[in-house]
Design a protein around this ligand. Structure first.
Ligand code: C2O
Ligand code: CU
Length: 458
């Protein structure tokens, strides 16, 4: 009998290594063409496309797989992602995987890879070390390439995430359009040199109109938000639901916190919310609060009608790892953000030099480190570090309670922040302002993370 059972077990099909990928509401997912369970392979191409945001006048976009935003790319933590990418644009491009702590060679910046020329194919392949909500975009002439539509979402799913009734990804963007649907000039005029390119049309998942859906009463949903705008910090409000921030920049927080009032979403940042409709709500609405001449206006971007079978309305226990304890700093960098006028135009600088004239900062890998970033200009700067996570320690010398492992921190005008990282990931990494016009006009730098010197052989 025992022998028979063993035989039977051998003949049965092996347990799959990974369950099927969960459905995610939002940008349509790219198709996985891999037959190997350990690999998710998708094919992506960038090319000219078209969409309609202004009534009756199509806009010429640049898009991944003809979608704005581009397709969702997702995998389970542990799976390898292979993205076979073809550039069908008329100019070179790259793809940067915003904040994935992957091999430097796959980071998609011109410092570590030759730009992908028109007609060329390049395969990005990496195994994300962290779960969470991410996004991808070009890292060349990004002020135009991202604005025209080259941007997409990426999720690395936690295998141990609690079940939710819906998982949604909301891409928050704005575009600057003429009345006939064209993009306004990309020449970076004076106002845009100072504050970046603010759009006159807000987009949610590539739609300029209110996006509608249904939500079940007392459903427990996970909403992922990313701000992909060139220059606009987004301020969001939620009506008809209670929400907690469960993850910031991807990683789950050990202590989620309630959303009260306006939720600030800096450019590049991701926020994951656990959203539960209030008991008496007929509708759940997501609004963007924008400044007007006379104050602010709340613009609804998403409206879900509450209907259907009720969910359990119970907050979930999210499987967050404890945050690493901040160790005393053993190396320190200071980055001063400022601007000068050069031939009547603004040049944005880090430590007194624009990117073209800058030398990489050199640091040692895996040493507890602090970075002081001082904004010595009026405009705010969403500062972004590639390839590493950091924790925010202080603002203007005062300790702050802004928990989480982050890759982006918004620094208001004339203020400074102190952040802590251990530079665990070796390589040549960019550190820059994510206002894409500021970056284009010089506010970028490189940090070279060198492995510690080998002890001499005995
Ligand atoms: Cu999201 Cu250096 O970029
Ligand atoms: Cu900036």
């Amino acid at each position: 009998m025992l022998a028979l059972l063993a035989l039977f077990a051998c003949n049965s099909t092996p347990e799959p290594l990974y369950p099927a990928l969960p459905a995610v509401w939002g940008p349509t997912a790219a198709q996985n063409v891999s037959l190997d369970e350990n690999i998710v392979e998708v094919h992506l191409s960038a090319g000219m496309s078209s969409t309609t945001w202004v009534d009756g006048s199509p806009t010429d976009t640049w898009a991944y797989n003809d979608q704005v935003p581009g397709p969702l790319i997702h995998a389970w933590l542990g799976q390898t992602l292979r993205v076979v990418f073809t550039n069908n644009l008329n100019e070179p491009t790259t793809i940067h995987w915003h904040s994935l702590r992957i091999d430097n060679a796959m980071d998609g910046v011109p410092a570590v890879q030759a730009p992908i020329q028109p007609g060329e194919t390049f395969t990005y392949e990496f195994t994300p070390p962290d779960s969470g909500s991410y996004w991808y975009h070009p890292h060349m002439r990004s002020n135009e390439q991202v604005e025209r539509g080259l941007q997409g979402t990426l999720i690395v799913h936690e295998l141990d995430a609690p079940a939710v009734d819906n998982d949604r990804y909301f891409v928050l963007d704005d575009v600057s359009l003429t009345s006939t649907g064209g993009f306004t000039s990309f020449s970076i005029p004076g106002m845009e040199q100072m504050h970046g390119r603010y759009g006159n049309t807000l987009l949610l998942n590539g739609e300029a109109e209110l996006v509608t859906d249904t939500i079940r009463p007392r459903a427990v949903e996970r909403w992922r938000l990313v701000n992909t705008a060139n220059a606009r910090t987004m301020y969001m409000t939620l009506q008809g639901a209670d929400a907690r921030v469960i993850a910031v920049d991807g990683t789950l927080l050990p202590t989620p916190f309630a959303v009260t009032g306006e939720l600030q979403v800096p450019i590049g940042q991701r926020l994951d919310l656990e959203v539960i409709p209030q008991a008496d709500a007929a509708q759940v609405t997501l609004q963007n609060v924008v400044p007007t001449n006379s104050g602010t206006a709340s613009i609804p971007l998403f409206e879900a009608t509450v209907q259907g079978e009720p969910g359990d309305g119970l907050q979930r226990a999210w499987p967050a790892a404890p945050l690493p304890v901040v160790q005393p700093s053993r190396q320190h960098l200071q980055l001063d953000l400022g601007a000068v006028q050069v031939a009547g135009a603004i040049e944005w600088q880090i430590n007194g030099v624009a990117f073209a004239d800058s030398e990489p900062f050199v640091v040692t890998q895996s040493l507890p480190s602090t970075l002081k970033i001082r904004n010595q200009s009026g405009p705010e700067h969403p500062f972004h570090l590639h390839g590493q996570f950091f924790q925010i320690l202080e603002r203007d010398g005062e300790p702050v309670d802004e928990p989480g492992l982050r890759d982006t921190v918004l620094i208001p005008g004339m203020t400074d922040v102190l952040i802590s990282t251990d530079f665990s990931n070796p390589g040549m990494w960019m550190a820059h302002c994510h206002i894409l016009e500021h970056a284009e006009l010089g506010m970028m730098s490189m940090i070279e993370v060198m492995p510690p010197e080998m002890p001499p052989a005995r």
